[in-house]
Ligand binder design. Sequence first.
Ligand SMILES: Cc1cc2nc3c(=O)[nH]c(=O)nc-3n(C[C@H](O)[C@H](O)[C@H](O)COP(=O)(O)O)c2cc1C
Length: 238
Amino acid sequence: MDVYEAVMSRRAVRRFTGRDIPKEVLERVLFAANWTPSGSNLQSWNTYVVTGSPLAELKKRAGRRVAARDPWDEREYEMYPADLKSPYRERRSRFGHERYSALGIADGDWEASQRAASANWDCFGAPAALFCYIDRDLGVPQWADVGMYLQTVMLLLRGEGLHSCTQMAWSVYRKTVAEILSPPERLILFCGMSIGYEDVTESYVRTGRAPLNETVTFVDSTSQQLAQAAREGSLLGV
Ligand SMILES: Cc1cc2nc3c(=O)[nH]c(=O)nc-3n(C[C@H](O)[C@H](O)[C@H](O)COP(=O)(O)O)c2cc1C
């Protein structure tokens, strides 16, 4: 698969078949993903891959907590700033609207959206899950390295005909995840990732993106001349 096709065909898939993934496929993906670059080659990702009965047990325990409306574990990091500013606030609500209206859930129907979100802790039916941890002593640049690593994993999965959904949702039940994985105390759970073969009978709406000119600025001789002309125009009051 060509790189563009891998990037453009990756999306957050939220319904998988139960078809098992051969272990050698997951090993091949994670071996290649280990070549992700990182500042000073720190390689700050700590990955656990869970399948079979340990994953079934994790889903069962998390499902029990969801059903009991157990309070979420205290946060080790904030998923989003409390006061999300523009344009992020609008993008977040557009995403929520797109995701939940595709499921026939009306804006503001908190109960129904929570029911849909609870599929997170069943890994959307996936037969494999990856949990990515980072050392609590590392800083923002190393968290960015982990992000690059996760994207590399997701693209390689596409190369294997697999799909994925990265899930910060798992961080709210991090203690349940820790019961199964027993990670060292020095690690923080950043996110989980469900991995599997897409259930193609499930319809979906492709999540959109902001137009390029909202997120990318090209600085070249033409743009500089235009900026200069605009500045002179404003000085002349035209
Ligand atoms: C770090 C990260 C955490 C995410 N957490 C969740 C999650 O907990 N549950 C979920 O359903 N989707 C989650 N997503 C998926 C995003 O909602 C999705 O990537 C985004 O809306 C763009 O859609 P696309 O991936 O289909 O292009 C997460 C994505 C990332 C990168």
